[in-house]
Design a binder for this molecule. Structure first.
Ligand code: SF4
Ligand code: SF4
Length: 218
């Protein structure tokens, strides 16, 4: 499939399932046969994913993306051999990082739960087409990811202020808000993708939705 369809969640899930390394091979940049240029999307996603891996304590060398054509058989073999060596140096997942597998898995599960939020927050940059290596490396920095995970938004409905009008529940894109007339409206935090629509849609005269910020792994 097109590398543009390789989702951030798929890569994180591969590591959650115990993969020591993930390799993504795509068509050469600017040589997309269609108009989607999905390989740029994949390249940006990989950079973001590497920064997220570093934040979580995983060795980012476990993830690699390369671009080539179907005629690049020798190049492909060389790259795969090199990646194999790279993963061997990184060591078995978890052991190589000095992190117990249970701890590593719980970190990955927390991050996977935040993927929709990460995509909402990074959407603009994920769609960019950096031309130079320098521009590409500046797209997502360690500081960007530290900021992203240092101020994770969560939304709560204040039962003292909520008038049970149901507007937020009707506008929530993932049906994370439950309630009924004359009863409490509640946000299911496991289902919420932190889009902020409920905060924006609650009538100002009620202002019943609160936003709280917290740090991942904090
Ligand atoms: S933040 Fe978005 S997903 Fe979460 S409850 Fe509000 S509207 Fe629904
Ligand atoms: S929109 Fe505001 S007042 Fe209406 S149900 Fe939601 S939180 Fe309550």
């Amino acid at each position: 499939m097109c590398t543009g369809r390789v989702e951030l969640e798929m890569v994180l899930r591969a590591f959650l399932n115990g993969a020591d390394g993930v390799f993504i091979g795509g068509c050469r940049l600017s040589e997309c046969n269609y108009t989607t240029q999905g390989n740029y999307d994949a390249r940006n996603m990989v950079l973001l994913c590497k920064k997220i891996m570093s934040y979580a304590g995983l060795n980012p060398d476990r993830l690699r993306i390369e671009f080539m054509t179907s005629g690049d058989g020798i190049l492909f073999a060389e790259i795969m051999n090199d990646f194999g060596r790279q993963v061997k140096v990184a060591g078995p997942l978890g052991a190589g990082e000095g992190i117990a597998m249970d701890e590593l898995k719980s970190r990955l599960i927390e991050i996977i739960r935040l993927v929709p939020y990460i995509k909402i927050k990074s959407n603009e940059k994920l769609g960019m087409r950096p031309e130079t290596q320098e521009e590409y490396e500046r797209l997502f920095t360690d500081e960007d990811v530290d900021r992203l995970f240092g101020e994770i938004e969560s939304y709560y409905i204040d039962p003292e202020k909520c008038q049970s009008c149901g507007i937020c529940a009707r506008k929530c894109p993932v049906e994370a808000i439950s309630g009924a007339k004359k009863s409490l409206y509640i946000i299911d935090q496991d289902r919420c993708i932190k889009c902020g629509t409920c905060l924006e849609s609650c009538p100002p005269r009620f202002s019943a939705v609160n936003k709280q910020l917290s740090r991942l792994f904090g």
